[in-house]
Ligand binder design. Structure first.
Ligand SMILES: NC(=O)c1ccc[n+]([C@@H]2O[C@H](COP(=O)([O-])OP(=O)(O)OC[C@H]3O[C@@H](n4cnc5c(N)ncnc54)[C@H](O)[C@@H]3O)[C@@H](O)[C@H]2O)c1
Length: 440
């Protein structure tokens, strides 16, 4: 079975590499020439733990190749995965231009039966749109060629993407057509044989499952963040609240960690897209809307907390530890660090910043403020001569820092731990003026 993956970002590249690891012959295609040239040399466009090794192995064994030639890809492969970006539009809806462009190209170049598998996160009804576009393009050529469109949303987490793809909680297949189901079972043969749960449903339901899942997780984060703010006011400890809540099997401990708000390429855009889908369908999603608002509030509350404690932010220098929206990724899309840094600079602060993987991305995303930010090579250099540390992303290397060494080189000793990494450390409050989120 010849499989192609169109789009080599976080999802497409992981899909292609992991399917090659499952033993398939894979071609990965992208319009971004430089990405393809680099991938052929084994240079990855993203940081994702474990991906480089799996790619190198499969490239060496010739199970995976890379190209920019979409026409060839369409003609020569039976299964075409679409894994292109669906960024947010001004109105919150998902921008489908890349998906629809690929659909048109498939319609223009299709030569025999294909299964088009959509992995991009798309609003309900997009699969049908893709189907119509391909159908119209075939009609324009007065041809009759069969094809099927199936939704197969992706649930991988950046930072753990390879592991998640290889060991998913479930695989959702949005088609009940026997032929399609058999082909997809073959694509995911390794998982199917491993007893991974499969959900076969219709196209629209599969599309909705992805948005409902992401929105639910976002709601959970916003919920515990609001509880954390309340804990601070009433003298409770959110870490214990979340721990005890999580012991209830109906609630579960996952996604109950108080922090500076969610970010990344999925939750912010997918929650907004779901609200937008609701608006079009005239079904208002109050809970999801509130989660979005609470998340925006949370980021600002972190700045207010810092302002309240240090009194005057102006001319103070802060060490930002962690820029990416979560550990083990270089992804800075909608990262809380962006808002927090911007707001602090507007208040007159100077910033020193260090992140194991996020600096390259941060540099262009924060280019407006380049004169106010010094990027550092490690956490110790970053903290040196600053008034306070702001730990925004809980990379493992920030969990075991030499706190005395850090403190001895600082001007003042504020420590804002926005991930509650050190709240149980016995020395933290002796060495620093320490502030967590929702903890005493
Ligand atoms: N990143 C995640 O953690 C994650 C998880 C699950 C689902 N998703 C969804 O998967 C989709 C892709 O996300 P991503 O994070 O991988 O995006 P990305 O921006 O990292 O990658 C998208 C890739 O598509 C390429 N592309 C755009 N137009 C193209 C075209 N016409 N032909 C070929 N390639 C084209 C781009 O050059 C880019 O390399 C989105 O819909 C996203 O919501 C993402």
């Amino acid at each position: 079975m010849k499989i192609a993956v169109i789009g080599t970002g976080y999802v497409g590249l992981v899909t292609g590499v992991c399917l090659a690891e499952f033993g398939h012959q894979i071609t990965c295609m992208d319009i971004h020439e430089e990405k393809i040239v680099n991938l052929k040399k084994g240079i990855l466009p993203i940081y994702e733990p474990g991906l480089e090794e799996v790619l190198a192995r499969n490239y060496k064994e010739k199970r995976i190749d890379f190209t920019t030639d979409i026409k060839k890809v369409i003609k020569e492969h039976e299964v075409l995965f679409i894994a292109v970006g669906t960024p947010p539009k001004e109105d919150g809806g998902a921008d489908l231009k890349h998906v629809l462009e690929v659909a048109a190209q498939i319609g223009q170049n299709i030569n025999e039966y294909k299964v088009i598998v959509n992995k991009s996160t798309v609003p309900v009804g997009t699969g049908k749109k893709v189907e119509n576009i391909i159908f119209e393009e075939i009609n324009k050529q007065n041809k009759k060629i069969n094809f099927d469109v199936v939704s197969n949303p992706e649930f991988l987490r950046e930072g753990k993407a390879v592991e998640d793809f290889m060991h998913p909680d479930r695989v959702v297949i949005g088609s009940k057509k026997e032929k399609v189901v058999e082909i997809l079972k073959e694509v995911y043969r390794v998982l199917y044989l491993n007893q991974t749960p499969f959900v076969f449903t219709n196209l629209e339901t599969a599309e909705m499952i992805k948005y409902a899942s992401n929105a639910f997780l976002a709601v959970k984060i916003s919920f515990i963040n609001e509880v954390a703010l309340l804990c601070e006011k009433v003298g409770a400890n959110v870490q214990d609240v979340a721990k005890a809540m999580g012991m209830d099997g109906r609630i579960s401990s996952k996604f109950l960690h108080a922090g500076p708000g969610y970010g990344g390429s999925c939750f912010p855009k997918d929650t907004k897209a779901l609200v937008h889908i609701g608006e079009i369908a005239e079904e208002e999603l109050f809970v999801v809307k509130a989660a979005i608002e609470a998340n925006e509030k949370q980021k600002i509350k972190m700045v207010k907390k810092i302002e309240k404690e240090v009194k005057e932010v102006k001319n103070k220098t802060f060490a930002i530890l962690g820029l990416s929206f979560k550990p083990e990724t270089d992804d800075m899309r909608d990262a809380p660090a962006l808002t927090i840094i911007e707001e602090l600079i507007k208040l007159g602060a100077n910033i020193k910043a260090y992140c194991p993987q996020g600096i390259k991305e941060a540099k262009w995303r924060l280019k407006l403020y380049k004169d106010n930010i010094v990027y550092c090579d490690n956490e110790y250099e970053c903290a040196k001569d600053t008034d306070g540390i702001i730990l925004i992303t809980e990379w493992n290397q920030f969990r075991g820092m030499d706190l005395k060494k850090i403190k001895n080189n600082m001007k003042d000793n504020y420590f804002f731990d926005l991930r509650n990494v050190y709240f149980q450390n016995l020395n933290i409050r002796k060495l620093f003026k320490y502030f967590g989120v929702g903890v005493l």
